[in-house]
Design a protein around this ligand. Structure first.
Ligand code: MEV
Length: 422
């Protein structure tokens, strides 16, 4: 297996980088061409994806290098509009390599479908009746997707609760479904709708909602890594990162941003593979709020050797088959770059990337501040906005960084000066 710690990757041109990725992932010429043809999606494909299509937009696909996950090298495709995120993930992954990279694991891909039952005479009796008929309900659910069952998945469990609400008690049934390599929302919703009449017949009540829950507490991915204190920049940096972490653990205002930094990585991989980013965000933040307060999704501590140990656990409702993931040509190529992971493996990769981005953000915040990293690309963008083209972009950007004054006005002034000299 080729290595992902390709030195100087960022200094190459997009074409040179793509050549390396082609070799790494065994992409064919048609796939390379698709990646170069911005977006990869045809208007016809787009028109089949959502309603009332009038066009297509596009985002950059970046590659995070250096990832070593469970002893295997990965180049990680990340789709994101924000500068620094890809570089941050690559840098953190490089630091993680010193102590063996990331270790990951995950639970079975079990999702929850919710069925809301109301108007029952006695909710506790209704609950008991549903539990008694568990086998029949699960069998009915599994009739909806014999292929899934054949693949080893399908409805595997039933949880029933009596929920008190402002409109009185309701019985909430959770249908637990192992969705294998799918994201799972479709199969869950189909199964919930199919078993609803049976639940009404069993209880004499009325079913209202039948829908997947995005709080996928049974479908968790975990990642951990140790970052050597020397790689991070010494003991003081470890101290600073731990202070940053404790801030997030103690304060929801900071914690929201801390978790946002994690989701920078998670969502960039989700977008590259065209997964449902809203489902992931909803699940992650709801999971962070379980048990009362809103908590960091990651945990950080000092090892006895003085290194920094990090871990993360979050729900990852992601799929590698079905839906848009199967249609979008770039998503398919991104999955190939990732080595065609299963849904579970993809979730684990996302957890590792999320942890990497979290580490990189805390390290930057605890040392030079976040703006220094952002500044380089930001300065280039400002230079372009001010009208710089070709080699002038880099020259204007570099001058502004040297002067520690990155602004539109300054870019215009430098550009004017350069043009008057040439
Ligand atoms: C920016 O996209 C993400 C950060 O704000 C995360 C954090 O503060 O931990 C840098």
């Amino acid at each position: 297996m080729p290595r992902s710690d390709i030195s100087g990757f960022y200094r190459l041109s997009p074409e040179e980088r793509l050549k390396l990725v082609k070799e790494f992932a065994g992409l064919d010429d048609a796939e390379v061409e698709l990646l170069q043809r911005s977006g990869g999606l045809s208007l016809q494909q787009a028109d089949r994806m959502i309603e009332n299509v009038i066009g297509i937009t596009s985002f950059p696909v970046g590659i995070a290098t250096n990832f070593l996950i469970n002893g295997r090298d990965y180049l990680i495709p990340m789709v994101i509009e924000e500068p620094s995120v890809v570089a941050a993930a690559s840098n953190a992954a490089k630091m993680a390599r010193v102590r063996g990279g990331f270790q990951t694991e995950s639970t079975l891909p079990v999702m929850i479908g919710q069925i809301q039952l109301v108007d029952v005479e006695d909710p506790v009796v209704a609950k008991e009746k549903i539990i008694r008929e568990r086998g029949r309900i699960l069998a009915k659910a599994n009739e909806q997707d014999p292929v899934l069952v054949k693949l080893g998945g399908g409805a595997v469990g039933l949880d029933v609760r009596v929920l008190s609400s402002r409109t009185g008690p309701m019985v909430i049934i959770h249908l637990l479904v192992d969705v294998r390599d799918a994201m799972g929302a479709n199969v869950i919703n189909t199964m919930c709708e199919a078993v609803a009449p049976m639940i009404e017949e069993i209880t004499g009540g009325r079913v209202f909602l039948r829908i997947v829950s995005n709080l996928a507490v049974h479908r968790l991915a975990r990642a951990r890594a140790v970052f050597a204190k020397e790689a991070l920049g010494g003991e003081e940096v470890v101290d600073g990162i731990l202070k940053a972490y404790e801030f997030a653990a103690a304060d929801p205002f900071r914690c929201a941003t801390h978790n946002k930094g994690i989701m920078n990585g998670v969502i960039a991989v989700a977008l590259a593979t065209l997964n449902d980013t809203r489902a992931l965000e909803a699940g992650a933040h709801a999971y962070a709020a379980m048990g009362g307060g809103y908590r960091p999704l990651s945990h950080w501590s000092r090892t006895p050797e003085g290194d920094l140990a990090g871990s993360i656990e979050l729900p990852v409702a992601v799929g590698v088959i079905g839906g848009a993931t199967a249609v979008h040509p770039i998503a398919k190529i991104c999955r190939k770059i990732l080595g065609m992971p299963s849904a579970r493996q993809l979730g684990e990769i996302m957890a590792a990337v999320g942890l990497a981005n979290n580490l990189a953000a805390m390290r930057a915040l605890a040392t030079e501040g976040i703006q220094a990293g952002h500044l380089k690309l930001h300065a280039k963008n400002i230079a372009v906005t001010a009208g710089a083209e070709g080699e002038f972009i880099d020259i204007v950007a570099r001058r502004m960084i040297e002067e520690k004054k990155v602004s539109y006005d300054r870019a215009v002034a430098i550009l004017k000066e350069l043009k008057s000299q040439s």
